[in-house]
Unconditional design. Structure first.
Lengths: 163, 782
């Protein structure tokens, strides 16, 4: 507000829909998604880029949206948890998280699912060790990770079955 | 016949959470929303000389700045809600914002409210506070020494409380064959639920009603306490905790912050949102544990434990948090004997003020601290007498035929079969085979270790009469209302307030089982003081044992009411009508039956009810348990220690838990996994560290090592089933077992691995550096 003269125009495609907005250069992508677009599925769990709860997919790569400025997403494509399901059908990652009890409080879940989505896009058949390694990008305090690992294994199986 | 209970039913709360449609506090956006930031002291101890808010107030978009002086006489002090009797508790004043003096790094000194969160943050930086730093004390042991800086002038020697329980005849030690003594440091932990604390408050000047949406484990307790601080009558205050992103004890407490947000909303007549950032969480949300323990055990060479004497200094931080005085006393001191029949035992507790973040309940709350010390002592005792630690455990177990068993502190364990769980665990890990493998590995210069934790815990908090007797300033019963609508659809209102535990599913399972209706016809409502009559919340593994029992009792009341109506409809005597799988059936007449939901419709229509039966189909139960519950089990950790790096690798982890009758095995497994990982976190990595000036050196996820997925093998779970005899479901609770059991299992395993180096004990966390130094320090001396 105070810095209106420094506002910058951006255009970002989020979950397949193009948004144009005027933002402060310092706004975090996470805040822009949540506060300006109302996409509150992307949560914020820390302020030092460690927890990964805010993970979204930007131009095909999993990023921590608290560490990306909204202006950096200009011209890009963002996929958030709200865009995972298509035509009213859950993505296999979402189905698997539910099936395998991969969530408890659900706060890290959107980030964990986006991380899983990006992992499986890159490596459709990860080993358990590869999944655990990939999960370095997220902190979960509830599940002990075990059912998240299982959910990602299950999602990989299901994706393959559908492909 | 059980059809729903005991099934791994998939969670219904997941439907919204996996698509990003949860409703967490920070997700709420009200028209005209404003944003608050709390200015916190960077010093652990300082005098406030001057606060200048003028620069902040002058910034465009800033609506208000509050300081402690502004709130004098406006906001009441933040109370503690646990006053253990005969403990000489010093209830020092905790103001919502500090006046004159700050007592920990993170103590609030001002709050800024602005039109948006970025402006609020800018303005918070512009609040000028002039401090005169004073000497600080951060360690409980140091704080009780002569000449230590005082945290509160009215708590001499920094003693917040002194509490004792049980007694031991000195002769037991004087005449003992073996005495084992050990000092343990139970390090300070930071809860770190993934959702930081948050609050949104909205005041309606017309009705004078205030609503606070907040991250709460117990909205009714928060309403009660906030009402006192704010001076708003309880009936005009509504507290809502819709989706809450984990708590682990840290969202039980009533903090100043949520009261400040509510006060700002009332003052500005605008909705106000405050969201803690993670760095703030590290400083300003309660921590857990933090004991120095001196433990003495007297026993015989044949492995019999004869007496246990425990003396601890518990760091309570700068102020008494909501449940803080009860955690290191009642929840710790009365069960230090664990699962063992120890004829004489005593606990002495010094609760100590320091210039650190207040300490309160953290997953397990007192019971992990107790379990750790007794499970470590048993291993040290086994070492001292050259006996297998498994055999020492077996020798001292409260035997299965001794239940209900009353321990030396007067606590009565409801039921248990400790050898059964132990045997199951031994079989799974192939104990004999492991010892052979361990011996072989040592030949090769590899160091494997096995550690046992045969824990029991006291949970399902608890009988209200006991709550009163031990000074808890609340009841510990639970409320449930089961409301059957005319269409047969059912709402269940529970005063337990789950935040990840899955009660929207498990409570629906209970109702589906009891009333014989479809899961899809049942909705569980929680976390709203306007929708749920009363409740005491979710903590102490009480939700299922107490809240679930309330649901079951309410269902039974509906069944009985329905039986009278059904009998009337079926023209039969109520005594001849049986209720099975959702239908009232005239016994011996197969065709004559009516469903529960059909009866519910008739109850609502009330066209033709039997004499004396009121219309409607709703029942409320306020279930007050007659005892705590005592889940137990055996956890086994197998580790390998790398002597060159000091790194501890967890090779296997087996958890055999007995939480009574299982309602949903999938959710139980999830609770065990999460609990174990948190317990292992304490054993190996986690620990809050302050420097001498009271600066938190582990103030972010960069420095505070949280457990990660790649540190773990799959955790192997198994169970035995010993129902609790005193609640209608036979359940015991499983939310804390993993955290309680895991820590000593892992430390015992590491110490077992380090035996060749003659290392008797290392305090947690067993970081590579600590282990390496121990190995190499000893190695050089030998």
């Amino acid at each position: 507000m105070a810095l209106a003269e420094e506002m910058v125009k951006i255009a970002v495609t989020v979950n397949g829909k193009r948004y144009e907005d005027t933002v402060e250069p310092r706004w975090l992508l996470a805040h822009w998604l949540r506060d300006r677009l109302g996409l509150t599925g992307t949560h914020i769990g820390c302020d030092t880029s460690q927890c990964g709860v805010c993970t979204v997919v930007l131009n095909g790569r999993a990023v921590k949206s608290c560490t990306v400025l909204a202006v950096q997403a200009d011209g890009g494509e963002v996929l958030t948890v709200e865009g995972l399901a298509r035509d009213g059908k859950l993505h296999p990652v979402q189905e698997a998280f539910r099936e395998a009890h991969g969530l408890q409080c659900g706060f890290c879940t959107p980030g964990a699912q986006m991380l899983a989505y990006a992992l499986l896009e890159e490596n459709p058949h990860p080993t358990e060790a590869e999944i655990r390694e990939a999960l370095d990008g997220i902190l979960c305090r509830c599940t002990g990770y075990q059912h998240i690992v299982r959910a990602i294994e299950l999602a990989a199986e299901r994706k393959e079955a559908k492909a | 016949m059980s059809t729903v209970i005991g099934q791994p039913v998939r969670r219904r709360e997941d439907a919204r959470l996996i698509v990003g449609r949860g409703q967490f506090t920070d997700d709420l956006k009200l028209p005209g929303m404003t944003y608050a930031v709390i200015v916190r002291s960077p010093y652990a101890h300082a005098r406030i000389r001057r606060i200048d808010v003028s620069r902040a107030l002058a910034m465009p978009g800033v609506l208000a700045v509050f300081t402690g002086k502004d709130l004098e006489g406006v906001l009441g002090p933040v109370p503690t809600a646990w006053i253990p009797p005969n403990a000489d508790l010093k209830q020092t004043v905790h103001r919502a914002l500090a006046v004159d003096e700050v007592r920990y790094a993170g103590d609030g000194v001002a709050m800024v409210v602005a039109e948006d969160r970025y402006t609020a943050r800018d303005a918070a930086e512009a609040v000028e506070v002039e401090y005169e730093p004073l000497p600080a004390v951060v360690d409980a042991w140091a704080a009780v020494q002569e000449g230590a800086p005082l945290v509160h002038p009215d708590a001499p020697g920094n003693l917040a409380l002194h509490w004792t329980a049980g007694s031991v005849d000195q002769k037991a030690f004087d005449e003992a064959e073996v005495v084992v003594r050990q000092r343990f440091v139970q390090q300070r932990l930071i809860p770190n639920p993934m959702e930081p604390r948050a609050a949104v408050a909205w005041y309606d000047p017309g009705t004078e009603n205030l609503t606070v949406w907040m991250t709460s484990q117990n909205p009714h307790i928060h309403r009660f306490l906030l009402s006192g601080i704010l001076g708003i009558p309880e009936h005009r205050l509504r507290v809502v905790a819709q989706d809450v992103g984990g708590g682990f004890g840290s969202k039980i407490s009533c903090y100043p912050d949520e009261a400040l947000v509510a006060h700002a909303a009332r003052t500005l007549a605008r909705p106000v949102k405050w969201v803690e950032d993670r760095s703030e969480h590290f400083m300003a949300t309660t921590h857990g544990r933090d004991h120095v323990q001196e433990v003495e055990l007297a026993g015989r060479k044949d492995g019999t434990i004869e007496a246990l004497r425990v003396k601890i200094w518990a760091n309570l931080g700068a102020y008494l948090s909501t449940a803080a005085p009860g955690v290191p006393t009642i929840l710790f001191g009365l069960i230090v004997n664990g699962c063992y029949r120890i004829p004489q035992a005593s606990t002495e507790v010094y609760g100590v003020f320091t210039h650190t973040t207040p300490v309160d309940a953290y997953r397990g709350a007192g019971r992990p601290e107790a379990t750790y010390l007794i499970e470590r002592m048993v291993d040290l005792f086994a070492d001292a007498i050259g006996m297998d630690p498994v055999e020492v455990r077996r020798k001292n177990f409260v035997p299965p035929d001794a239940f209900p068993y009353t321990n030396a502190f007067g606590i009565t364990y409801d039921s248990g079969n400790y050898p059964l769980a132990l045997d199951k665990a031994l079989e799974r890990v192939d104990y004999g085979g492991f010892r052979a493998r361990q011996a072989q590995a040592r030949q090769e210069g590899r160091y494997l270790g096995i550690g046992f934790s045969t824990y029991v815990e006291m949970c399902g908090l608890g009988p209200s009469e006991v709550a009163g007797a031990v000074g808890f300033q609340g009841g510990l019963w639970e409320n449930a209302t089961v409301r059957v609508h005319p269409s047969g659809k059912i709402q269940v209102m529970t005063g337990a307030s789950p935040h990840g535990q899955g009660e929207e599913t498990t409570f629906a399972q209970i109702v589906a089982e009891q009333l014989g209706v479809a899961m899809d016809d049942i909705e569980v409502v929680h976390g709203d003081t306007d929708r749920v009559t009363m409740g005491w919340g979710t903590y102490g593994s009480r939700t299922l044992a107490v809240g679930g029992s309330a649901v079951a009792v309410a269902c039974q009341r509906l069944i009985e009411k329905g039986r009278r109506i059904a009998a009337h409809m079926l023209e039969a005597d109520a005594d001849d009508v049986a209720f099975q799988q959702g239908r009232y059936q005239v016994q011996g007449v197969p065709g004559r039956s009516v469903s529960f939901q059909e009866v519910a419709l008739q109850a609502h229509l009330a066209w033709n009810l039997p004499q004396g039966v009121e219309p409607g189909m709703e029942a409320t139960a306020n279930y007050n348990p007659s005892n705590f519950t005592f889940p137990f089990g055996t956890h086994v950790a197998i580790v390998e220690v790398d002597p060159d790096s000091g790194l501890v690798r967890l090779e296997r982890y087996v958890a055999v838990d007995d939480c009574g009758t299982p309602i949903n095995p999938l959710i139980i497994a999830g609770q065990v996994h999460g609990g174990v990982v948190q317990g292992v976190g304490q054993a190996l990595w986690e620990g809050a560290v302050y420097n001498a000036e009271g600066q938190l050196l582990t103030g972010s996820f960069l420095e505070y090592a949280m457990p990660k997925a790649r540190f773990f093998p799959p955790i192997e779970t198994d169970s035995t089933v010993t129902p609790s005899p005193h609640n209608p479901l036979g359940v015991k609770g499983v939310g804390e077992t993993g955290t309680i059991a895991a820590t000593p299992a892992v430390v015992n395993a590491v110490m077992d691995a380090l035996k060749p180096f003659n290392i008797r004990h290392l305090d947690m966390p067993l970081t590579p550096e600590k282990v390496w130094r121990a190995i190499h320090g000893k190695g050089e001396r030998q």
